[in-house]
Design a protein around this ligand. Structure first.
Ligand code: ADP
Ligand code: 5SP
Length: 459
């Protein structure tokens, strides 16, 4: 049996899966936690990767591997290749003002959509580089190269040159998915000069080999890797409920808007995507407030009526990216004596999270992307309340594949693809999924929209 490995170096943890290259069958897996915070020393990702690999029983017997990782994080390197400062992650909002400046300097948001498919917000690497130039001139002066979390880990595995792929390059703000080339002019405008950038590999290319001789594939941003892992069908919109909430779909042509990020995918196509800052951790935070675990939160939520008696949680607990309100906070709206119960709060948290993601799906639909089904993945998809309430909020059937680490799975599938030399990725066994259907409850979204508009412009 030929083995391949996939790595997911995501916000909260590092996961490793080892799979059969031909069938995709899971052979073994491992994981390790990442430090908390929006600024992380990349060495901590390396340590977590080493621990996760050991937990998975080592990778000496794998023929190929690939890294999927959280997008956008700014890893600054000096001329020796050493890290200049801790990486600023996708959910670090300190560069929000820099993002606004960059948008107006280029002539407005439409100019950015034309240039790179997306309007940069604080998550995008280019805005972090502007922030660095303005706030840490000594660190900026030392920086000669910049790369992303998956690029950095891939280079650590190969010991060779730095590479990236189309999907991750498309989240920088200085690479154009439609032309397939860097916009070094935009980088220079943002940072004051250009920097050494990783070479962008095609989806099935090799970045190099590990010391033990395993092929290291191009890797990908985590959402693009998840798209490879879930093997979604036309008409499916994938909604990932991890630290971030994302809604995305495969597209044969570039597709971005003022709200939708027009990313590239990891199969040579495109991945229009909407991302929120607040997803699974809305459930974590609510469970913490109630001093219960997430499973009990789920049971409580299901014990309350749809609409939580009018109680609405607008879940902007870390500020928000879509809509772009970096300084927003969360709000509870509609609290009354009869809704002041743990069950109503639990229901409001699940519904608020899902309404925010339904807004994200709507933004894709407005771009002409079909959404006949929603496929939910990520840690939050393990919640029974999320699964059962989702179709009432999304207004369409919701498919939940049997829980798996889809980012790591997609990276493993990419590794098998690179190893095979074939034109297309291998067709692995179909996933076992369950479909949840329920009548839509439009009043839940109507009330959420009302509450959201009330608080949108208040910090
Ligand atoms: N059964 C569950 N119910 C609700 N949330 C869950 C459940 N299991 C895991 N989670 C949450 O999922 C999140 C981790 O999801 P994951 O997709 O691995 O995130 P990331 O990739 O961003 O690190 C955590 O916040 C965790 O609390
Ligand atoms: O910024 C984005 C997408 O644009 C996020 O989706 C990050 O890629 C982090 O992903 P998770 O760790 O939440 O999976």
């Amino acid at each position: 049996m030929t083995l391949v490995a996939g790595i997911d170096s995501s916000t909260q943890s590092c996961k490793v899966v080892v799979r059969d290259a031909d069938t995709g069958a899971l052979v073994r897996s491992g994981r390790a936690v990442h430090p908390v915070g929006t600024e992380v020393d990349p060495a901590a990702w390396q340590q977590a990767l080493d621990t996760a690999i050991a937990d998975a029983g080592g990778l000496d017997d794998v023929a190929a591997l690939a890294v999927g990782a959280q997008q956008h994080g700014m890893v600054c390197l000096d001329e020796s290749g050493d890290v200049v400062r801790p990486a600023l992650l996708w959910n670090d909002t300190r560069s929000a003002a820099a993002a606004a400046d960059l948008v107006s300097e280029l002539g407005g948001p439409e100019a950015w959509v034309d240039a790179v498919g997306s309007v940069p917000v604080a998550s995008f690497t280019i805005t972090k580089l502007r922030w660095l130039a303005e706030h840490e001139p000594a660190n900026a002066a030392r920086t000669t190269a910049v790369c992303l979390p998956h690029d950095w880990l891939t280079q650590r595995l190969t010991g060779g040159d730095r590479h990236t792929d189309r999907s991750d390059a498309s989240g920088t703000g200085y690479w154009s998915p439609s032309s397939g080339s860097y916009r070094e002019d935009l980088l220079a405008q943002a940072f004051g000069r250009t920097l050494e950038l990783p070479r962008v590999l095609e989806p099935s290319a090799a970045a190099g080999h590990t010391a033990s001789g395993a092929l290291v594939a191009a890797g990908a941003g985590d959402n693009a890797a998840a798209a490879l892992g879930v093997q979604a069908e036309p008409g499916d919109v994938v909604v990932s409920i991890g630290t971030s909430g994302t809604a995305f779909a495969s597209s044969v042509k570039p597709a971005g808007s003022l709200v939708v990020n027009g990313f590239a995918d990891a199969q040579g196509r495109f991945l229009p995507l909407v991302c929120t800052l607040n997803a699974a951790r809305v459930l974590d935070a609510t469970a913490r407030m109630l001093r219960i675990g997430v499973d009990e939160l789920s049971s409580l939520a299901l014990s309350a009526p749809p609409g939580a008696g009018g109680l609405v949680l607008v879940p902007y607990l870390e500020g928000e990216r879509t809509p772009n309100r970096p300084d927003a906070s969360g709000t509870l709206h509609g609290l009354r004596l009869d809704t002041a119960t743990p069950a109503h709060l639990a229901r409001a948290a699940v519904e608020g999270l899902l309404c925010s993601l339904a807004d994200a799906v709507d933004a894709l639909v407005e771009l002409g992307i079909p959404a006949s089904r929603v496929v939910i993945v990520g840690g939050g998809a393990r919640s029974e309340a999320v699964r059962r309430i989702a179709p009432t909020v999304f207004g369409c059937p919701v498919v939940v594949p049997e829980p798996s680490e889809f980012v790591a799975d997609g990276a493993a599938r990419q590794a098998a693809w690179a190893l095979s030399g074939a034109i297309d990725p291998p067709q692995w066994s179909a996933l076992t999924s369950r479909c949840y259907e329920a009548l839509p409850v439009p009043s839940v979204r109507e009330r959420y929209t009302y509450a959201r508009e009330l608080v949108l412009d208040r910090p």
